[in-house]
Write a new protein. Structure first.
Ligand code: AMP
Length: 436
């Protein structure tokens, strides 16, 4: 019997992956950029557990959101306590921030996280049940500059990945009070249209009417077009903050569109919200989004510190990179590939392979070498840069054949020179390829 992976999950493999965006080198490439970028912007990595007490998510994400109402992987542990696999990263990060009293050290706290999230969603392209998010959170005094730092960070991430045709949408949802006011206005506007709304939107009418603005249903979209704008309802301070954010973005020449219907699916957002979309993805085109959450830290029992952050979905990002034919470097290859052509020389080659590995030089050996052509093919497939071929004849002459697989150039070198020569080649290669 052959076991199968559950629906909505996938393997990321070094080779033999079932889709063109599920190769390890693509993921490692994106992850390297994430770690470098976070360093450049001064964000520190936080790693929280994969599951938490269910109430952590209920409290922050919001009871009436789709995530909580329909999509959580919730289970009872052996002691009967309700636990949930994390559906997003902010709740756990804020829980840890408050629980471990991190606010005592410094004024502005900048963190990032990367890892799998879990939502029991209807399967379709761009929607998985285990997916990966990279996100950042800046917790500390509120300023428009921090909002823009976070938006610029995400924009720079996409630049470094080589992505094109990304659109940024901006909106402000104001404070909780602004939203209560707006909810009333919206319900008044929607009431006469109730019977024409989609089933989903009719359900949201009672529980979470703002989410109706997110509807993809064509009839709903027509009705929503003429709905009052939340930007006309938000307070003077919220409007001023939003205008400042927009001005700073313009100063940085970051292009954006204002979309006063952008709400986002989590309840904790206040003031600025934003979303990045790609034109290469079809229906599920959001590749990252976020916003401010000015009361979340306090609501967890922490200090009254506002925060702002984003989360970006790595599946959709890598899919977009593949669609846009971004060149993924192969991050793992042997620099030198030994081919011992007889059992007599195998031991020697094995020792040299090990010695080079101890010198931080990626090395491989074909322990099954029989025919030179076959072994050379293996070396080429593994993307080796050099081959060291040793047969009985070379062994007797105390020499080894060194072949540059890119230029096909080959020469015989003395056995006792092999290590220093390869060390020199490796140094040149790694300097040219920024590997050191
Ligand atoms: P959200 O937390 O819903 O705002 O999601 C942030 C980002 O995560 C989105 O822009 C998507 O790129 C990604 N994302 C959310 N849900 C899924 C999912 N089920 N499968 C794949 N990516 C997702």
């Amino acid at each position: 019997m052959k076991y199968q992976i559950p629906k909505g999950l996938f393997d990321i493999l070094p080779y033999g992956a079932d889709q063109d965006w599920r190769f390890t080198n693509q993921w490692q490439y994106a992850e390297r950029i994430i770690h470098h970028l976070s360093r450049d912007y001064g964000y520190l990595e936080m790693r929280t557990p994969i599951f938490e007490k269910t109430e952590v998510f209920h409290h922050s994400v919001g009871e009436s959101t789709d995530i909580i109402a329909k999509e959580m992987y919730t289970f009872l542990d052996k002691a009967g306590r309700s636990m949930s696999l994390r559906p997003e990263g902010t709740a756990s990060l804020v829980r840890a921030f408050v629980e471990k009293n991190l606010s005592h050290q410094g004024a502005l706290h900048k963190f990032y996280y990367i890892g799998p999230m879990f939502r029991y969603e209807r399967m379709q392209k761009g929607r998985y049940r285990q997916f990966h998010q990279f996100g950042i959170e800046a917790i500390g005094p509120m300023s428009a500059e921090i909002d823009v730092e976070v938006i610029d960070f995400l924009n720079e991430f996409f630049n470094r990945l080589g992505l094109k045709e990304i659109t940024i949408q901006m909106n402000s949802v104001g404070t909780t009070e602004c939203r209560i006011k707006y909810k009333k206005k919206l319900l008044k506007y929607l009431s006469p249209h109730f019977n024409n709304l989609s089933k989903d939107s009719q359900l949201r009418f009672e529980k979470n009417p703002l989410r109706i603005l997110d509807s993809k249903d064509p009839h709903d979209i027509k009705i929503i077009e003429k709905a009052p704008s939340i930007l006309d309802t938000v307070s003077k301070e919220a409007k001023e903050h939003f205008d400042k954010v927009c001005k700073l973005l313009t100063n940085l020449k970051i292009q954006y569109k204002i979309n006063d219907k952008l709400i986002r699916g989590l309840d904790y957002y206040t003031n600025t919200v934003f979303e990045f979309t790609s034109s290469h993805l079809g229906a599920q085109n959001a590749i990252g989004g976020g916003g401010r959450y000015d009361s979340l830290v306090k609501s967890f029992g922490g200090p009254d510190l506002p925060g702002v952050g984003f989360a970006a979905g790595l599946e959709r990002i890598i899919q977009t990179m593949v669609a846009q034919k971004v060149n993924f470097p192969s991050l793992s290859f042997p620099f030198i590939y030994f081919i011992p052509l007889s059992s007599a020389v195998r031991e020697y080659c094995f020792e040299k392979t090990t010695e080079l590995r101890h010198l931080f030089i990626p090395s491989e050996i074909d322990l099954d070498a029989k025919k030179i052509q076959k072994s050379l093919q293996k070396a080429i497939r593994a993307e080796a840069k050099y081959c060291a071929i040793l047969g009985d004849e070379e062994w007797q002459n105390k020499q080894i054949q060194l072949k540059n697989l890119a230029t096909r150039e080959q020469k015989n070198i003395a056995l006792d020179k092999i290590i220093p020569i390869l060390k020199g080649y490796w140094q040149d290669f790694s300097q040219n390829n920024k590997l050191l």
